[in-house]
Design a protein around this ligand. Sequence first.
Ligand SMILES: NC(=O)C[C@H](N)C(=O)O
Length: 337
Amino acid sequence: KEAETQQKLANVVILATGGTIAGAGASAANSATYQAAKLGVDKLIAGVPELADLANVRGEQVMQIASESITNVDLLKLAKRVSELADSNDVDGIVITHGTDTLEETAYFLNLVEKTEKPIVVVGSMRPGTAMSADGMLNLYNAVAVASDKQSRGKGVLVTMNDEIQSGRDVSKSVNIKTEAFKSAWGPMGMVVEGKSYWFRLPAKRHTTLSEFDIKQISSLPQVDIAYSYGNVSDTAYKALAQSGAKAIIHAGTGNGSVSSRVVPALQELHKNGVQIIRSSHVNQGGFVLRNAEQPDDKYDWVVAHDLNPQKARILAMVAMTKTQDSKELQRIFWEY
Ligand SMILES: NC(=O)C[C@H](N)C(=O)O
């Protein structure tokens, strides 16, 4: 009987990378003061025995770090392992446990480069497992539920936090401390409640199998950096980033991705020297940057990130620049993904 149920259940692999979901604090009252990336994947799985009701689950520790320390090399390593597993006949779905600080970047990266319809779900927690009302157990349970559900196939990389199913493209950490941290300007795709998914919308942007990018063809990522804008900003950071080798600079602009008159000349100069300038917005609840609004992008040959926040724009620019250095092509890619 047991063997029969095992056969019917989906095979889900949990790839653990660290983060608060694997964190531990000194006491149950420590919901914000703790060390991330302490618990191994076997302990995470053992902590939620109910996972066995949802799927045949096995774990792999890909790395053990807080997500603010993830590098491009780590990102490639993780994505390549996801791709190998997705190609394997005995894997139906993949869950990635991840710190929440850069979870949105990893989820978007995988959404762009993984050539599979199999569900890939990225999940984290806002409180360590040792804290009162820890959110990691339920988030992980929900992630495995979504990853083992056939309905989740072909919907792009997903994120399950706080009972919501979010698109890995759209979702962003919008609040810290609170468990309702992950929001998307375009709303969640669905809900997951007591192990069952309820879907309401689909992503309109190209992803996974419909993406022109493939992790199997990517062995390194170009240097793309972000410069933050504010009143009284100078061009120092932009120039320094270019000097350190940035192939593109994401302008984390005010409002509509506006650029201070003190910075415009430097950006024109940097672009003449081959650095792509990509205008995004750092407003909190979803920027919306349009070409030639605020700045004459056609004239300067700059690119706009549209609704992508600066950190997501960096991910797309890196992926796009593995294939093209042409600003028109980059702009097409920014509209389509
Ligand atoms: N809630 C978290 O996971 C935060 C942690 N700093 C991380 O990203 O690894």
